[in-house]
Every structure is written in C-alpha cells, then in structure tokens.
Design a protein around this ligand. Structure first.
Ligand code: GDP
Length: 364
C-alpha cells in the first residue's frame, strides 16, 4: 500500500519526499519494498516500540514502514495529456491514498506556476485534473454497462448509477463526496478505480515562521476549511525544516524539536496520519532478539495477524497471549502483568487492537 505525493510544481513535494528518504528505514530489512528512486520507505514512529526496545535491549528493532511515491509533474491539463499527464495519473492510480502538498508560503524567489500563492485555487486545479480523468473512466463504464444491459437488464442500474456519478463529477465535485448510502452502489463505484475517490491528506507546506504559528496563517486556514468539508485531515509541515530534521539522529532530533517548542515533527505526524488513513494498525512483539511492530489492517483476527510473522503461525494457531501496551508499561514487566491477570489468552476470533503486545502459541 503506497501513498502518492501530489501537488503543483514548486510547492515543496520533492523537498518533503527528500525528508522521507533521508528519514528512510533500512531497506535491507524490507525486501518486499520497491527499489525505485521515486519510492521512499519510511519507518512509522511508534512510542510503544521505542519503549519495548528500551525494555528488552534487543539485538534488532524493526519498525513498521510505509511507502510514499513522489508523483512529480502534475500540471494543469494533465488529464488532457498535457506534460506527461497520463503517466502521472497512472502513477496515482497505483496508490492507495493521496498526500496533496499545498503551498502555504510566499517566496518571490520561488516561482509559483500560477503566479501567486493561493491554496484554494491550487487545490482546485489538482482536483479538476483528477476529476476529469475520472470522468473518462466513468464514461467508459457507462458504455460498457449500457451494452451489457442489452443482454441483461440488471446492468441498467449500473449505467444509471455511473451516469449520476458522471454528472456529479462534471459539476466539479470529487467522487469522494458523491452522495451514496447504498452499500452495493458503493462497492460498484469502488471497482472503477477512481482517482478522486482515494482517501486524501492535505499537507500544508509552510515556511519556518508560518509553521511555528500555523493555526494563525490564513493560507493554512483555507486548506483546513477544504479538508474539513471533505472530512479529510490537514497536517502542517515545513518541508525545508523536515528535510533538515530528517538528517539528524534521534537524540539531536529531540533536542532540535524541543528548541523549536514542537512536540513532534510535521513529517512524523504526516506518516502516522497516512498509516491511519490506509486503515493500518500495528501489533508488537518483544524479546531479547528482536522487538518489532507488525502491520495489519484494522479488523484483522489473531490467526491472520500471526500469519504476518510466518504462515506456520497461522496454520498451527492455538492462541495468542495478549497484553495492551498501557498495561505492560504500567506494571513494568511481563511477570508482574501476568500476576495481575493482565495477560489475556485470546482465541481464533480475537480481533487485534492497535498496540497489542502479543506472543502467539502454535503447533508446528
Ligand atoms: P516541487 O516542485 O513541488 O517538488 O517543489 P520543491 O520541493 O522542488 O520546492 C521548490 C522550491 O521551494 C525549492 O527551492 C524549495 O527549497 C522551496 N521550498 C520547499 N519547501 C519549502 C518550505 O517549507 N519553505 C520555504 N521557504 N521554501 C520551501
């Protein structure tokens, strides 16, 4: 599951992407990750894993990771094939969610392709490109459904649904906000792989001064307003600062952020929000060899979660010994937690929770 970083030229995408690659996770640990200069693999910050690692002093600590793709070059007219339009749109199609970087700083030395800083206009330009690309997709679906309806009337409903969606898109609205409560209709729309249906986070890119006081920056407020209307999140970042912070080691980073009076870097917040946007959570395993955060989708049951570690764990699953991170932290040790009855024995139907610390029991 990858997130695509989109935005107009000169808004700070590459700078933010560089911060991601600088902060990047050791790729040797993640053989599944794409080796591609446009893909950045980054660790998901997790205070629970940090705590476990301090606790066990393991040989190895392995965080959860997510991948970001730098989708440069989206410009006005991309949906009509301007620039390398179609290629970029195809790259976005492969992503599960979108991070839309919006320029929220003035700097006359850095040309804005549209001549001035105007977050609302910029968001509108990118939105329209995605929406127009979707119109094309939807038109194709309508044609297909109409042809199929000649043989089987049930396709009429599909043609009618996509026609309503097309009108909605043509009015400049994204598929994300299409009013549709019917679960079958939603499932049908989901098969169309629409760009403007993808979950989105706005990254408001401010300069250093603006970042320190972002809530009072009108540009930021405009992005926040758009995001609120869509039920989306907006994360303030200062891409320039983030790329500098990302080069520091953990100790220096902490001191640097304290100096600035910021509890958490914008990039860390963005990574966490992205993880949540994808519907992902982590469970943890701890021991002297390795402490590790494992990525699962929300709603995963214990045996399938065990299968992330090894297929044998899923096949031979007996039970999971589970404790919440908070309980372990409170009691201070696994033995003390056990004595207090805080380590639960969970079976096949247990739905994993974020931050569960787990030991799986299985037959080989
Ligand atoms: P992209 O075209 O969207 O990838 O934009 P870049 O990341 O290449 O940034 C364009 C210019 O804006 C570069 O000169 C960056 O140094 C500058 N820039 C990016 N982020 C910031 C920021 O947070 N503050 C300031 N002042 N300049 C930035």
């Amino acid at each position: 599951m990858k997130l695509g970083i989109v935005g107009l030229p000169n808004v700070g995408k590459s700078t933010l992407f560089n911060a991601i690659t600088n902060a990047g996770a050791e790729s040797a640990n993640y053989p599944f990750c794409t080796i591609d200069p446009n893909v950045g693999v980054v660790a998901v910050p997790d205070h629970r894993l940090d705590w476990l690692s301090e606790f066990y002093h393991p040989k190895k600590t392995t965080p959860a990771v997510i991948e970001f793709v730098d989708i440069a070059g989206l410009v006005k007219g991309a949906s009509k094939g301007e620039g390398l339009g179609n290629k970029f749109l195809a790259n976005i199609r492969e992503c599960s969610a979108i991070v839309h970087v919006v320029r929220c700083f003035d700097d006359e030395n850095i040309i804005h392709v549209e001549g001035s800083t105007d977050p609302l206009r910029d968001i509108g330009i990118i939105d329209i490109e995605l929406i127009m690309a979707d119109v094309e997709m939807v038109e194709r679906r309508i044609k297909k459904a109409e042809t199929a309806a000649k043989g089987d009337k049930k396709f009429l409903r599909e043609a009618e649904l996509f026609t309503r969606l097309k009108d909605w898109l043509n009015d400049g609205n994204s598929a994300r906000s299409f009013p549709c409560d019917d679960a079958d209709d939603q499932a049908l729309i989901a098969t169309a792989e629409l760009l403007s249906l993808k979950p989105i986070i706005y990254a408001a890119n401010l300069d250093e001064d603006g970042f320190a006081d972002y809530e009072n920056v009108p540009y930021y407020q405009q992005v926040a307003e758009v995001a609120a209307k869509e039920g989306a999140q907006v994360i303030p970042v200062c891409a320039k600062l983030e790329s500098e912070i990302a080069e520091l080691d953990d100790g220096d980073k902490k001191a640097f952020l304290e100096d600035l009076g910021i509890p958490e870097s914008g990039l860390d917040r963005l990574i966490k929000a992205s993880y949540t946007l994808l519907g992902l959570i982590s469970y943890l395993t701890g021991g002297e060899d390795e402490c590790r955060a494992w990525t699962i989708t929300k709603g995963t049951k214990a045996p399938q979660a065990a299968g992330k570690i090894h297929t044998d764990f899923e096949r031979g699953f007996i039970r999971a010994e589970v404790i919440s991170f908070e309980d372990l932290q409170k009691t201070g040790s696994m033995a003390a937690a056990k004595e207090k009855g805080l380590v639960r024995s969970e079976g096949k139907e247990y739905v994993m929770k974020d931050g569960d610390i787990v030991l799986f029991r299985f037959n080989v």
